[in-house]
Design a protein around this ligand. Structure first.
Ligand code: FES
Length: 126
């Protein structure tokens, strides 16, 4: 087994507007495709699993649209929960006080990557 984290390249930094967001499906071995997204706002660039802590539903309103109308918060399309872009913490809605699952992110040569530790397994899709 590898002792180093695995990197998964997602896209170019310029592929995500500022402010903006983009969703991805990541293949991890034999697991079904796992949904995640990257949000960009000012100096913030963060990746989260695309799963609302309330019901497990995907968050986006439209493809790649995870931010609210004024691009202040990540907003769940189902019941409107609001999450801080910088840490995924829920400030308002049915899952207040809970957080999105963060994924380690890095930018190398303007390419955005998520970095997963050896043996990392996303929980089963809900
Ligand atoms: S499913 Fe996201 S707030 Fe209910």
């Amino acid at each position: 087994m590898s002792t180093t984290a695995s990197c998964y390249e997602l896209c170019d930094l310029d592929d995500i507007a500022d402010p903006g967001s983009r969703g991805f499906e990541l293949m991890l071995g034999a697991q079904p495709p796992q949904r995640l997204f990257v949000v960009r706002k000012g100096g913030i660039l963060a990746a989260y699993r695309n799963r609302c802590p309330h019901t497990g539903a995907p968050l986006e309103w439209l493809p790649n649209q995870f931010l609210d109308l004024d691009n202040s918060f990540i907003q769940c399309a189902i019941h409107g929960a609001l999450f801080r872009p910088e840490d995924g913490y829920c400030l308002r809605g049915p899952c207040v006080g809970q957080s999105l699952e963060p994924l380690a992110l890095e930018v190398v040569d303007s390419r955005i990557r998520v970095r997963l530790q050896p043996g990392y397994r996303l929980p089963a899709e809900g």
